[in-house]
Design a protein around this ligand. Structure first.
Ligand code: FES
Ligand SMILES: [Fe+2]
Length: 348
């Protein structure tokens, strides 16, 4: 059984980066070439010419078609060959695999599985992203030399924040606060959360929240298998009723992480945040800088763990209460992969 779920939407690139230049991306160990048509639609084709396997990304665009840089075979956006220089007959087999693509939340999402099952209405959406009273700020595509499920573990794990992100997202007051989780099978989701009551604001919120006193802070980690993490975190002044659901005067941020497995030991984390307050460009940049700092702290840890996992294959790891959520998330991903018919593992 493979380790990737193919029938799922994965971010292939930021929409802002796809234009009239050919762009190569590797996802689930497949190479894909992306470009935009003159009308602005995104095309995604396997980055392999069916003639001599030349990467099509080394060719060029001719209008909305892509021309191989070796002998000029030319393909349209559906992968159909429309020209074979030097002959009139186009062989039936002269086809390139085309992938369904749909843009949302500033990203181009690609479907790596059976095209007949690709439903754009299932591309992940966060309603607040489109709500004018919220503000969305795009981040980066963070490359991490680790398996995507290690990133997923980290995104089901609020407890590390108290130790890893002390200068930004966490503080020592939360070290001993237990973590709770719940599995929601119908949404393919594991929800992990904890509340830190009556504690100083974390550095990030001290910077942006102007809190005059202790706060109640929540962390809800929504992990949608296989690759989507939405971290709802925020703070309100202690005593204002936030734990009971009164969040009128609070700072709330959805930190969104959309993961793409590149191969078994490389992943990309496309991250952005959506917050319930507006800020000028400099402040947004400062906020993104804080997130960037924090996510690079995760990267450093996950890459070091990946090295040790490869060096010490089969080494038993102890399990703690905080591992309940990542374990259930992995089980969910593995069950979803198991439910894909083997013939779908590489749908052509
Ligand atoms: S390798 Fe592409 S046309 Fe020959
Ligand atoms: Fe982290």
């Amino acid at each position: 059984m493979g380790t990737y779920l193919r029938n799922a939407w994965y971010p292939a690139a930021w929409s802002r980066d796809i234009g009239r230049a050919l762009m190569k991306r590797r996802l689930l160990e497949e190479d894909v070439v992306l470009y935009r048509t003159e009308a602005g639609t995104v095309c995604a084709l396997e980055d392999v010419c069916p003639h001599r396997l030349m990467p099509l990304s080394l060719g060029k665009l001719e209008g909305d078609t892509i021309q191989c840089g070796y002998h000029g075979l030319t393909f349209d956006c559906s992968g159909k060959c429309v020209r074979v220089p030097g002959q009139d007959v186009i062989p039936q087999t002269a086809r390139v695999r085309a992938y369904p693509i749909h843009e949302n939340m500033g990203l181009a999402w690609i479907w790596m599985g059976d095209p007949a099952k690709a439903d754009p209405s299932h591309v992940f959406d966060l309603p607040q992203y489109h709500d004018a009273s919220w503000s969305a700020v795009e981040g980066d595509a963070l490359e991490v030399a680790a398996n995507y499920l290690s990133l997923a573990d980290n995104l089901c794990d609020p407890s590390h924040v108290s130790f890893v992100h002390l200068s930004t997202l966490g503080n020592a007051q939360s070290e001993d606060i237990p973590v709770h989780f719940e599995v929601i099978p119908e949404e393919h989701k594991v929800l992990t959360w904890r509340w830190i009551i009556d504690a100083p604001a974390i550095p990030l919120f001290q910077k942006f929240g102007n809190f005059r006193g202790n706060v109640d802070r929540w962390h809800y980690y929504h992990y949608y298998a296989p690759n989507i993490a939405i971290i709802d975190f925020g703070s309100a002044l202690t005593g204002t009723g936030a734990p009971e659901g009164k969040r009128g005067d609070c700072i709330q941020v959805f930190a969104c992480h959309f993961l793409t497995p590149v191969d078994e030991s490389h992943s990309i984390d496309y991250w952005l945040h959506v917050k319930n307050f507006h800020a000028d460009e400099a402040m947004n940049r400062a906020l993104s800088d804080q997130f960037r700092l924090a996510f690079n702290e995760d990267k450093e840890i996950l890459e070091a763990i990946e090295v040790n996992e490869r060096r010490l294959p089969g080494r038993r790891q102890i399990r703690l209460a905080i591992d309940g959520s990542p374990i259930r998330m992995r089980k969910m991903v593995s069950d979803m992969i198991g439910s894909e018919a083997p013939t779908e593992s590489k749908a052509a």
